[in-house]
Design a binder for this molecule. Structure first.
Ligand code: SF4
Length: 272
């Protein structure tokens, strides 16, 4: 046990962990998906500060903001990030429904998160835009997107803009909370489980199978017949699955039209 902990703390384990989690090394093997995922991953980290800032704006009756030095640069970084995330989400939808990659599942369930993320981005932009109209702020280089939208709606009165600001503010909070409820019961739980799984990854060569002791007369079953036959680490693997379908691409059973590795890792699998 002590040996295991020490081997996990070795630099090799740290560097592999950091390059996979923060460098997204494995995802970049498919560079288009990799770049899209990097934009969403880092974009969401950056936008957490924007979410707090938006909450402060609403609670301070508009016009207030986080007490940050060079706030205008912060505001510029937030709007650019929102824009990049929207582009990444459009590309994600295109890959699934436009390119129709066979490895990606279609349907309403995989679309939920695309809809939720885009709604989050639009509600941020509209809240900021209506705040500008409410306080009659001039277009600014440091708020390029919200300035543009506010110019398009500049005929609105300050009272209407205030109502619309709060409408989008509340919508934003509602979607944010929906997200928090949805994530633990969806493939997006990999936000939590994937880094843990990467930390606990196998050190032996991938694909090595454990031999089954068929001579064991005490054994009640061989291999995995029910969910209870999987180890804790294998269970964690299930929760870390993002349903990307890469295993399906290389799965011999899938190539014959039978069950794929991804099938085993999904809750809907026949293994119960
Ligand atoms: S098990 Fe398959 S579908 Fe799930 S994350 Fe791994 S490669 Fe992707």
């Amino acid at each position: 046990m002590e040996f295991q902990i020490r081997s996990r703390l070795r630099w090799g384990n740290w560097s592999g962990f950091l390059s996979q989690v923060f460098g997204q090394r494995k995802l970049l093997k498919d560079w288009r998906s990799g770049i899209m995922h990097i934009v969403i991953f880092y974009g969401f980290i950056i936008l957490q500060f924007g979410a707090i800032d938006l909450i402060v704006k609403g609670l301070s009756q508009g016009g207030g903001h986080l007490p940050l030095p060079a706030y205008h640069l912060f505001s510029l970084s937030q709007e650019i990030t929102v824009l990049l995330i929207l582009l990444a989400i459009i590309y994600a939808a295109y890959r699934r429904y436009g390119e129709r990659l066979p490895r990606l599942k279609k349907g309403w369930k995989p679309s939920i998160v695309i809809i939720l993320i885009s709604s989050l981005m639009f509600t941020v932009l509209f809240s900021l835009s209506f705040e500008r109209i409410w306080f009659q702020l001039n277009p600014s280089f440091y708020a390029p997107v919200s300035s543009l939208i506010s110019v398009a709606f500049n005929r609105l009165s300050a009272q209407t803009a205030e109502v619309l600001f709060y409408l989008f503010w509340w919508l934003h909070l509602l979607i944010l909370l929906t997200f928090l409820v949805y994530i633990p019961q969806s493939k997006h739980f990999h936000l939590i489980t994937a880094p843990i799984n990467i930390w606990l990854r196998r050190t032996e060569p991938p694909g090595r199978l454990l031999s089954i002791d068929l001579e064991d007369e005490e054994a009640e079953s061989f291999g995995a017949g029910t969910i209870l036959d999987f180890s804790q680490k294998q269970m964690l693997d299930f929760y870390a699955c993002v349903e990307c379908g890469r295993c399906t691409n290389v799965c011999p059973a899938s190539n014959t039209g039978k069950c794929s590795l991804r099938c085993i890792s999904l809750p809907s699998c026949a293994i119960t």
